[in-house]
Ligand binder design. Sequence first.
Ligand code: FAD
Length: 473
Amino acid sequence: MTSATDALLDRIRSIVGPGGILTAADDKAPYLAEWRGRFRGNSPAVVRPATTAEVAAVVAACAGAGVPVVPQGGNTSLVGGSIPYEEGREIVLSLSRMNRIRDLDPLNYTMTVDAGVVLTAVQEAAAGADRLFPLSLGAEGTAQIGGLLSTNAGGTMTLRYGNTRDLVLGLEVVLPDGRVWDGLRRLRKDNTGYDLKDLFIGAEGTLGIVTGAVLKLFPRPRQTETAFVAVPDPAAAIALLARLREATGDSVTAFELMSRRCLEFALRHVAGTIDPLAEPSPWYVLTELTAGRQSDAFREGLEEALGAAFEEGLATDATLAASQSQAKQLWFIREAIVEAQKHEGGSIKNDVSIPVSRVAEFIERAEAAVAAACPGIRPTPFGHVGDGNIHFNLSQPEGADTAAYLARWDDICHVVNAIVLDLNGSISAEHGVGRFKKDEMPAIKSAVELDLMRAVKAALDPKGLMNPGKVLP
Ligand code: FAD
C-alpha cells in the first residue's frame, strides 16, 4: 500500500473507530466476493460506518484523496455491482452497521429506517405494529433496504403492491462529495419539482450512498388463500391471472408460474417437497389472494373463479391450502426450485421481464431458440409471471460437460435476449446491471437514454468516484 492510502485509512479509522474498518485479508474476504463466486475483487479496506455522519465523513475523505467507493448492502444482487474491481483501488463501504429502525408511524402508514436494515427486520417491525411492508423475496433474510432500493427489487407481491420504487416516500443520501441530501419526507403528495429520490432508486450505488429511507406501509391482510393450480400452458396461466383479478376485486397478491420440469427437479432433490396434485401437468401456477377482512365468501369467490376456469379449459386441477402449514408447503415447492437446479449440473440464468400479455409467446419462442442453439438443453422457466418477471433458467443437457456448457453462457443469453428485446422486454428484471450486464446497455437503451444517464452521472459524480465501472458502459 502507498503512503497516501495509509494516510486515507488512518483518516477513516479516526472517523469510524478501529471497530469500523477491516483491513485483514480474512476479515475483508466475505465482502470481496459474491456467494456464487462469479465476481471477486480487492480493496485496501472494508469500512463499516455506524451513522450517516460517519458515512458522509468517510465519503468526503475518499473524495479528497480521489479514491473510489463501492457501497455494499447484503451482497445478494449477484451481478458484481457490490464488489470492487480486481485492481484493489476502491474502498468498500458496507452499510451493515446502520441497522436502526428510526421511526414507525402507524397512522401515517410509514416507517423510517437506516439503509442497512435487513428486509425481514422491516417486515417484522411492520407486523409488530399491525401493518404490512409488502416486499418479499428469496434473499429477504440478507438483502438490505439500501441494496433493495439501489436495485429497485421486486418479489412475490410486486403484482399487487409494486416494486421497491413504489414503496418509498423519501430518502437520505450521501452524495459523492460527502454532502448529505436529507429527503426523508413522509408525504404522499409533494408537487415541488424534480422527484430526486427516483434518481437514486435503481442507480446501483453509482450516484450516491443511500443511508436512510421512508417506507410505505399497508393494512395487514386478515385472510390469505393459497392455491396450486395445474394449467395446460403459459397462455392459459396468463388468462387465468386476468380472470382471478377480475373475479376477486383485484385481490391476487402473488402469481407464480412453474413448468413440470421445475417441480420434478424440486421433488428429486429437495427433501420435504411433495407433488400437490394427483396427475402431472405440463405447467402450474402458485397463487395467493388476500383480503382485508375474514369471510367465507372470499374463499368461495376463489373456488367459483377456479370452477369457471376449469370449464373454460384454463385450468385442469387445483388444490386450495386448508391451513397455514399447507400454504407454507406449497410455497416451499416454489422456493425449492432454486436449490434443486444446482443438482442438475450447469444452469444458465436469465432474469428477464416481458409485458405480461406476451409472456407465453416469449416462453414458446425462447424454448425453441435455445433448443436449436444447444440440442438437449433443459429450460426451467418459473417466476413472478404476474408482473412479467420470468427466470428463464436453462439446465445443461443431461450428461453434458458442465464447464463446456457454462462457457456458452453469453452466447445462449444472447439468443434469449434477442427475443426479450423483440418483445419490448427487459434483460434485467432482478439483480440490476452491475458489471455483469453493463456491456449490454448500448443494445437495450437508445443513444438518447444513455446520454441522459451519462449526464445525470456527470452532474452528481463529476469525478466518477461512486461505484465506477458499474451500470454505464
Ligand atoms: P447488494 O447486492 O449489496 O448491492 C446491490 C447494488 O446496490 C450494488 O451495486 C451496490 O453497490 C448497491 N448498494 C447497496 N447498498 C447501497 C446503498 N445503501 N446505497 C447505494 N447503493 C447501494 N431481486 C428481485 O428484484 N426480486 C426477487 O425476487 C429476488 N429474489 C432473489 C432471491 C435470491 C435467493 C437471491 C440471492 C437474490 C434475489 N434477488 C431478487 C436479487 C437481490 O436480492 C436484490 O437485487 C437485492 O435488492 C439486493 O440487495 P442487497 O442488500 O443484497 O444489495
